[in-house]
Design a protein around this ligand. Structure first.
Ligand SMILES: *Cc1c(COP(=O)(O)O)cnc(C)c1O
Length: 402
């Protein structure tokens, strides 16, 4: 018998190091915001999902403190036992109002919302069609469900249609799953086409609005609103932890769907209810999204300013063309600088940091190709954006990067 059943772990770590895929955590020492203190250094923050700057907002902090004082720190049990508070229901109804759906349900995280929803909706005799670039929580949810999973090419509705034509008839239920704003690429799913295909082939469609809620659409309801698809037969999920500045996830849809999830979703039934602090903070964030459209307008102003600055810089040099996809058409606060490999991405990330900019390298296995991922916030100012572009171009035009 081997006495060293765990030695593979160190070997595996060595392999991770050799590929420059190794990751570790770094502590932020300040409140979240457009600038942060990271390991003692002040940096302009282009690494946060706090798109509207709500995670450090006083109104959310006050709401969390008040809820904690009134209801304590923990909810002590599953929502179905001792873990339910009126505050949870208030939040769910506020989300349903924002999304203009019949009802909504909140989970302890967006990841758990996807796991619990997908695995409740489909099983071994069913089919899942999944965009190749989907978020890990969608992919893992699909695996956990036990359904047959077929991936279609990224944002390719023709490929999706072909796969359905060949396979749909062999399965009972079928679920199409997609990010709305893709988390690592920042592009938008073609929702109207997906809805058309879902209707044609009698499929359910789940759209993950993690990066679009609070950002897209006239009232901030997300990609569904942006495309004028409000009220369509859809399962909308999202997170409370990005633009909403808190922690948790949600699903919004028909009353029967939500009722079904309350009865069948294991990651909602067998886990402790969201804390009063997180619930109250998210509820306050939903109110702010509806009361202060200027925050969303400011974010879009920043996105357009960055586009303009990039265009001006790129006009002066062509050597950087291959680093950017057609960002002139990007429709989100996420944009990527594509780099040839993980080592270069790490190197560029470190150079940015040395010059006061926090924008991390994203490498396999999170994505198939390495990149720097930049996220904008409503609270960035024009100097932050100008500095980002100046520093970025000074690094990218060096010989060794290309
Ligand atoms: C972040 C994210 C999630 C998970 O949300 P959490 O609340 O952080 O667990 C799900 N889907 C997508 C697309 C995400 O980007």
């Amino acid at each position: 018998m081997s006495i060293d059943a765990y030695s593979w772990i160190e070997r595996s770590l060595e392999t991770i190091h050799r590929a420059d895929w190794y990751r570790s955590v770094k502590a932020i020492e300040s409140r979240p915001g457009s600038t942060v203190i990271l390991e003692g250094q002040e940096l302009i923050n282009f690494a946060s999902n706090d798109y509207l700057g709500l995670a450090g907002e006083q109104r959310l902090i006050d709401a969390a403190i008040a809820a904690t004082k009134k209801f304590g720190t923990g909810t002590t049990g599953s929502r179905l036992l001792t873990g339910h508070r009126h505050l949870h229901r208030e939040l769910e109804l506020a989300i349903a109002r924002l999304k203009q759906t019949e009802d909504a349900i909140v989970f302890s995280s967006g990841y758990l919302a996807n796991l619990g929803t997908i695995s409740a909706l489909v099983g071994r005799r069913d089919l899942i069609l999944s965009d190749r670039y989907n978020h890990s929580s969608l992919k893992t949810g699909a695996k956990v469900s036990g359904a047959t999973i077929l991936e279609y090419q990224h944002n390719d509705s023709e490929d999706l249609r072909e796969i359905l034509q060949q396979n749909r008839h062999q399965y009972r239920k079928t679920l199409i799953i997609t990010d709305s704003i893709f988390s690592m690429d920042g592009d938008l799913c073609c929702l109207p086409e997906l809805l058309e295909i879902a209707t044609e082939f009698n499929c359910m469609l789940l759209v993950d609005e993690a990066h679009a809620t609070g950002i897209l659409g006239k009232t901030g309801a997300g990609c569904v609103e942006y495309f004028g698809c409000t009220g369509q037969p859809l399962i909308q999920m999202g997170t409370l932890s990005k633009a909403l500045g808190s922690l948790g996830g949600y699903v919004a849809g028909s009353a029967s769907l939500i009722d079904f999830l309350r009865n069948r979703s294991p990651s909602w039934i067998y886990t402790t209810g969201l804390t009063p602090a997180d619930t109250a903070a998210a509820l306050e964030a939903v109110k702010i999204i509806q009361q202060q459209p200027q925050r969303r307008a400011q974010l879009w102003h920043n996105i357009n300013t960055l586009k303009q600055l990039l265009q001006e810089h790129q006009g002066k040099t062509t050597s950087t063309d291959n680093f950017f996809e057609s960002w002139s058409s990007f429709h989100s606060p996420i944009f990527c600088v594509h780099l040839p490999n993980a080592t270069t991405a790490l190197n560029v990330g470190q150079q940015l940091k040395a010059k006061g900019i926090f924008a991390p390298a994203i490498r396999p296995p999170t994505v198939s190709t390495s990149r720097i991922r930049i996220t904008l916030m409503a609270t960035h100012n024009v100097h932050h954006l100008q500095k980002l572009v100046d520093v970025l171009f000074s690094i990218l035009t060096q010989e060794e990067v290309g």
